[in-house]
Design a protein around this ligand. Structure first.
Ligand SMILES: [Zn+2]
Length: 131
């Protein structure tokens, strides 16, 4: 691929990202339970009311907490389009935080530095996409 074509593709993806950030509908994410049914309220309403873009399509939400050697009250396993929540812990902030990890998973690596510069220009040393 030539440098010009690469630059054009980068401009395209950055433009698309900016477009999504400025115009993404609040109902971009549809939460579904592991069995495919809607999760209990109020999770979807928190997503619908989000003031930030949410990941496109369906995201599975499990309400069994986050399994592991050190169980966590919530997590978003990488690249699984899934969030795992403990209902006793999962408030609006936690749900949107975990959806942010799913959104992050979908971001192409080459976009990340520019996205970081747009979102947290003064916190460059503090950016961390860790779960
Ligand atoms: Zn996190």
């Amino acid at each position: 691929m030539t440098a010009t074509r690469t630059s054009i593709l980068h401009v395209f993806w950055i433009s698309l990202l900016l477009l999504l950030l400025s115009t993404a509908p609040a109902k971009a994410t549809l939460l579904v339970s592991p069995d495919g049914s809607p999760p209990p309220a109020p999770y979807q309403s928190w997503v619908d009311g989000a003031l930030v873009p949410t990941p496109p399509g369906e995201v599975t939400v499990s309400l069994d907490g986050c399994p592991g050697d050190v169980p966590l009250p919530s997590c978003a396993p990488e690249n699984q389009h899934r969030i795992e929540l403990d209902p006793a812990f999962a408030d609006r902030h936690v749900v949107l935080h975990e959806l942010g990890h799913v959104f992050d998973d979908l971001m192409p690596e080459w976009v990340r530095p520019r996205f970081k510069a747009l979102i947290a220009p003064r916190k460059r040393g503090q950016w961390n996409a860790a779960k």
